[in-house]
Design a protein around this ligand. Structure first.
Ligand code: PA5
Length: 445
């Protein structure tokens, strides 16, 4: 079975889609011939076949060691060095993975840090891991990002105090650039086991590199199948013809909708385990397309939870939104609704039905209501959520993002905007080299 794309509720006319055909073909050529902007960062396109197979085996070996000697695994990273691993682990593991009994989980508890600057968060984590065997994976392509660097400094001290310098060396894993950056220098000095983030793959496109794969393997996910899904996705979504390529259809249609004034795309899921998939997707599209005063604003909701909050706006608020629904055709687990003789809650009409049956009716009912409310609804049907389809879906979104960015006329592979806050923060913190900016900013606050 395949991932399919349904745009029958997009409100678009046939000719609007036909009109995108030529521009999609051009975008396809720009990507594959590396003639568009940002073409130094296209390593992700062929990565599912070109990846370093020896390093991949080393990831599995390291994961095996970590699973054997650690009760806790801490992943330090932010943005593209964080969201991919978390989205995979949440989408594919038990919903309550960290609190499952050890025999059911068979791997360490996994925590993500360095994705914020909250002392409360890190202090609370230290409370949770007290007395447990710990390993850490610090992930940063630049090796200089402040949030993970602070978290790593604190945890490195913690782990060295606990195991001694030599012991810590066996428990610190670094994922960073091949040659440059502060983390790489530390690897050279301390002799930590290191994994490489290729030069030509930007953070938000790096999920299949060791950035995502080491934490996924530690969680016990089948990374061979994830890569297989990505590999098949790469083949299928290379098709030039818009009408035969669901990935390109998604890219094209979201741009037609954008040009019609639908400037916000809301990614919808009906499975709580997909919350972080949406976070990953938001970064991918927000950072790739939001530039030069343009771009769809990527938002996300978890249904049916958010039908009781954001549902009102979607149904009835300003009409500048379209929705893209992730429809998992067959859930990973299901449970039947019990019968109750007294039927005081009047739910006996659902006795014996599965929760997924009800969930699907919520999806269908919402779709029709929102379409009636004038909200275009696109549907991505995913046969089930397993490693293979996860890999394929991620590739689908990455490829669509590259095409979509070129259709929009931006460089989808840079992120100049994320630097501005950093400069101000460094200046306000008194980082050497930022003295002039500090003076200017201090006058304003
Ligand atoms: O997509 C990106 O490039 C960013 O989100 C980065 O991944 C993020 O800023 C973290 O960067 P680094 O891996 O250099 O610490």
């Amino acid at each position: 079975k395949n991932i399919t794309f349904n745009y029958s509720n997009s409100f678009l006319k046939k000719h609007e889609i036909e009109n995108s055909r030529r521009s999609v073909l051009e975008a396809h050529k720009m990507l594959h011939n590396k003639t568009g902007s940002g073409s130094d960062f296209l390593g992700w396109i062929d990565y599912p076949i070109s990846y370093d197979k020896k390093e991949f085996e080393r990831i599995k070996e390291a994961a095996c060691r970590i699973r054997n000697n650690s009760q806790v695994f801490i992943v330090i990273g932010i943005g593209g060095s964080y969201l991919g691993a978390r989205s995979a682990i949440e989408a594919l593991s038990h919903s309550f993975y960290n609190v499952l009994s050890q025999d059911k989980r068979q791997g360490p508890e996994i925590y993500f840090v360095g994705n914020n600057i909250s002392g409360t968060y890190l202090k609370h984590l230290l409370d949770v891991i007290e007395g447990k065997e710990v390993s850490i994976n610090v992930i940063s392509k630049s090796g200089t990002t402040t949030e993970p660097a602070i978290a790593f400094r604190i945890l490195k001290t913690y782990i060295e105090e606990k195991y001694g310098k030599e012991g810590a060396k066996q428990r610190i894993f670094v994922t960073t650039d091949k040659i440059k950056g502060a983390l790489k220098e530390l690897v050279n000095k301390e002799g930590y086991e290191a994994f490489i983030i290729p030069d030509d793959i930007g953070g938000r496109f790096s999920i299949f590199t060791p950035v995502g794969m080491l934490p996924m393997a530690v969680a016990g996910l089948d990374i061979d199948n994830i890569m297989e899904g990505a590999k098949i996705g790469r083949e299928e979504y290379m098709e030039e013809d818009l009408y035969k390529n669901p990935c390109y259809q998604y890219a094209a249609i979201r741009n037609v909708l954008y040009n019609r004034g639908k400037i916000i795309e809301v990614l919808v899921n009906y499975e709580p385990s997909l919350h972080y998939m949406s976070e990953w997707w938001k970064q991918l599209y927000g950072e790739s397309e939001g530039k030069d005063g343009k771009g769809i604003f990527p938002a996300a909701v978890d249904f049916s939870t958010d039908l009781h909050s954001m549902g009102q706006y979607l149904q009835d608020g300003r009409r500048h939104i379209f929705e893209t629904v992730l429809n998992i055709e067959n859930p990973r687990e299901d449970i039947k609704i019990t019968d109750d003789e007294a039927n005081i809650d009047n739910l006996n009409y659902l006795s014996g039905k599965s929760m997924d049956f009800v969930n699907k009716k919520a999806f269908e009912g919402t779709l029709l209501a929102h379409v009636d409310g004038g909200v275009p609804n696109l549907i991505i049907n995913i046969p089930t959520m397993n490693e293979y389809y996860f890999g394929k879906l991620i590739y689908f979104f990455k490829k669509a993002c590259g095409i979509s960015g070129y259709l929009l006329g931006v460089n989808p592979f840079d992120q100049p905007g994320v630097e501005s806050y950093k400069k101000n923060m460094f200046a306000l913190l008194g980082k050497p080299g930022f003295e002039k900016l500090r003076k200017e900013l201090m006058k304003r606050i």
